[in-house]
Design a protein around this ligand. Structure first.
Ligand SMILES: Nc1ncnc2c1ncn2[C@@H]1O[C@H](COP(=O)(O)OP(=O)(O)OP(=O)(O)O)[C@@H](O)[C@H]1O
Ligand SMILES: [Mg+2]
Length: 662
């Protein structure tokens, strides 16, 4: 991120810069773009200007009224006794009405602009490619929606109010002064360059500090977020001192930048006032000279001096408003930068009601960062309705591979087709309709259990359908036992539910979505054996008739897959059915031995499995399995399956622990 460039008025070199993107925008282009947001509200803006015009006129009018009244007192005009107080009330009334019109109409415009910007930012956050999030800090993004937008509102309301109201007041006052005596008023023109110079210096500093303040606000937001989310970790690792230290540093940095901004502002404003008062002093000195006094009434003199004296307040306000404007410019820059970020490519036109689910990957390569390829020449042919299991070391690229299917990332080479149509030819939304994902970290949203199951499609499904999905996901039982059943809140991020319960909601979601392609990325890895068994049953049911990609570290859960693919360092190193791969005695067989040589592995060695074991969950990850791993004898010990338990069952359960918890 770079600073917005100086205004071309200040720096002519940039005057011709094309408004291609935020990073090349000059301040003037940013103003223009902001004005674009005001365009739909031109009538309100005009009302506001009119209001402030009325307000502005009342200031010199007050001075004129004062001078006129004094002259009337001198002339002993009886009529003035009624007229003067009446005019006084009228002026204040006009000022009040003008102020209201100006203020209300401007806030109306500003709040609309902020609302639009905020919504655009959020829409854009949902349109940028996922890679954008890999490169941005969460806190910075959140503070764009919160802090930056508010800065723009500040600039749009406070600053524009002051600029309009006080600006017009200054123009009104100066105009009148020149009309009364232009020669004397020339004094003000003499000091104008000095004032412009101070404003220019201050502007540069404001902009620098605004940018730094935004960044440090991002850090503050980020750390606050992390602290709130990571409470458990922070407490278990006794990291409170560390966290509060880091937070205090960030907050302190923000405080210092704020103070620098304030220091600039606090210096610039009195400096400008001093210059104005010097001008005033010269003016008074001249005004009291015989040339001026000679042919003017006392009222004229009072009017003139009051007019000049009234200049000081609007000038002071105008000089202070610069800081707010610069903060607004910096914030707009930050927001336009996000709004200008390239969106996810969605050029495809193809729409399918429901695909069959034939997926073919040919020579697919992918890299998050061009320097280091993550997937290399992957070739796969997955027939509709079959299950493909991906196994391999952590970091071998399994999740990356499945993330290419809903086009979370675009492949760098090769192609992927779904029902013989390239993924990029599908309309993105349509493609994603065809795919359901259940992953290890279930994301639940604020709301009820039912809301979460029907997330995004609440208006398209009936309560019965939600119920059925929950039943299929073996979630109905626990949901019924919640205090408010399906209307129970899940808490922030699902914190009121257990990991297994959350997982079952995710599965229910997938049932309800009923997509022909299913991705299960470590869908059961965080669970104990018993809940996994439940969930595995649900998953087996879910997988029926869908093209399924399963990623699992626990090999027992994927033995029944039609095809097992072993990945290593982004390549497919082995491929085949469970049986074929075991016979081949390569990577898979080795992995399998590692997981199964102790405890439950041997328990379920070929031939020794109980009959129900055709379902992976039932056979390989039964409750007995885990018990035997611990070497504990249970009542079921007399069951035939146990009989096959070899002596190794009593060995230290290290291997089986891995198998259970990995
Ligand atoms: N968003 C990302 N940006 C950059 N690199 C990434 C990103 N996500 C993953 N990687 C890298 O890509 C490689 C493959 O990661 P991936 O998540 O696909 O592995 P995995 O096989 O799913 O591992 P695990 O079994 O631990 O889930 C890793 O080296 C990882 O560091
Ligand atoms: Mg993964």
């Amino acid at each position: 991120m770079s600073q917005p460039k100086e205004d071309p008025v200040v720096d002519p070199a940039d005057a011709n810069a094309a408004p291609a993107s935020a990073s090349e925008m000059t301040a003037t282009q940013i103003y223009k773009r902001l004005l674009g947001y005001v365009r739909p509200f031109v009538p309100a803006f005009v009302v506001s200007m009119l209001g402030y015009l009325i307000f502005a006129v009342t200031t010199p009018a007050t001075a004129a009224w004062l001078g006129w009244t004094i002259d009337q007192i001198e002339a002993q005009n009886d009529a003035a006794r009624i007229l003067a107080p009446l005019l006084c009330v009228l002026i204040v009334l006009a000022r009040g009405v003008g102020g209201f019109m100006g203020h209300y109409a401007l806030e109306y415009v500003a709040n609309h602009v902020v609302h639009r910007l905020r919504c655009q930012v959020l829409d854009q956050l949902m349109s940028v490619p996922l890679g954008y999030y890999d490169q941005s800090s969460m806190g910075r993004l959140v503070s764009k929606v919160t802090y930056d937008v508010l800065q723009i509102k500040g600039a749009a309301t406070n600053a524009v109010t002051v600029v309009l109201r006080e600006g017009m007041t200054v123009i009104g006052l100066l105009g009148w002064l020149f009309w009364v005596n232009w020669r004397l008023s020339m004094v003000f023109l003499l000091v104008a360059p000095c004032m412009a110079f101070i404003v220019h210096l201050a502007t540069k500093r404001y902009r620098r500090y605004s940018k730094q303040m935004q960044d440090s606000m991002g850090d503050v937001t980020q750390l606050a977020n992390e602290t709130i989310k990571g409470q458990r970790v922070i407490r278990t690792f006794n990291a409170t001192d560390f966290v509060s230290g880091r937070f205090s540093d960030s907050s302190e940095r923000n405080r210092r930048q704020n103070m620098k901004m304030v220091a600039t502002q606090a210096t610039a404003t009195p400096l400008i006032q001093i210059i104005v008062s010097v001008a005033m002093a010269i003016l008074i000195w001249l005004a009291l000279g015989p040339e001026f006094l000679g042919n003017a009434s006392a009222g004229d003199v009072v009017t003139f001096l009051t007019l000049a004296g009234m200049l000081s307040k609007p000038l002071r306000q105008l000089s202070g408003v610069n800081a707010i404007i610069q903060r607004g410019i910096s914030a707009s820059y930050s927001i336009f930068e996000l709004l200008d970020a390239e969106q996810e490519k969605n050029l495809g036109q193809h729409r399918a009601d429901r695909v069959q689910g034939n997926l073919v990957l040919s020579d697919v390569s992918f890299a998050y960062d061009p320097e280091s390829p993550v997937l290399q020449t992957i070739n796969l042919d997955v027939k509709a309705g079959t299950t493909l299991a991906l196994v391999g070391r952590s970091g071998s690229g399994k999740s990356t591979l499945v993330n290419l299917l809903p086009r979370f990332y675009d492949i760098t080479a090769g192609n992927i087709t779904l029902d013989a149509v390239e993924l990029s030819e599908y309309e993105l939304g349509n493609l994603r309709e065809q795919i359901a994902i259940v992953s290890q970290d279930v994301v639940l949203f604020e709301g009820s259990v039912a809301d979460n199951i029907a997330y995004g499609i609440a208006d398209k499904v009936s309560h019965e359908q939600i119920l059925e999905a929950a039943k299929n996901a073996h979630a109905d039982e626990f949901i019924q036992s919640l205090p408010q059943g399906y209307d129970s809140p899940v808490g922030d991020g699902g914190s009121l539910l257990s990991g297994g319960q959350r997982q079952r909601l995710a599965i229910a979601r997938a049932f309800l979505k009923d997509a022909p392609v299913l991705i299960l990325d470590e869908a059961t890895s965080a669970l104990d054996t018993e809940s996994e068994q439940h969930i595995q049953q649900a998953l087996n049911q879910l997988m029926r008739g869908r093209t399924t990609f399963v990623i699992a570290h626990r090999l027992s859960t994927i033995e029944n897959a039609d095809e097992i693919v072993v990945m290593d360092q982004g390549r497919i190193v082995e491929q085949g059915s469970h049986k074929a791969l075991l016979e081949k005695d390569g990577h898979y067989a080795r992995l399998h031995r590692m997981q199964f040589n102790d405890g439950d592995g041997v328990l379920f060695a070929e031939g020794a499995r109980p009959a129900e074991s055709s379902q992976p969950a039932e056979g390989s990850q039964s409750a007995e399995g885990s018990q035997s791993a611990e070497g504990s004898q249970s009542a079921e010990g007399s069951e035939p399956a146990k009989g096959s338990r070899p002596a190794e069952g009593s060995r230290p359960a290290k291997g089986s622990d891995d198998a259970v918890t990995s």
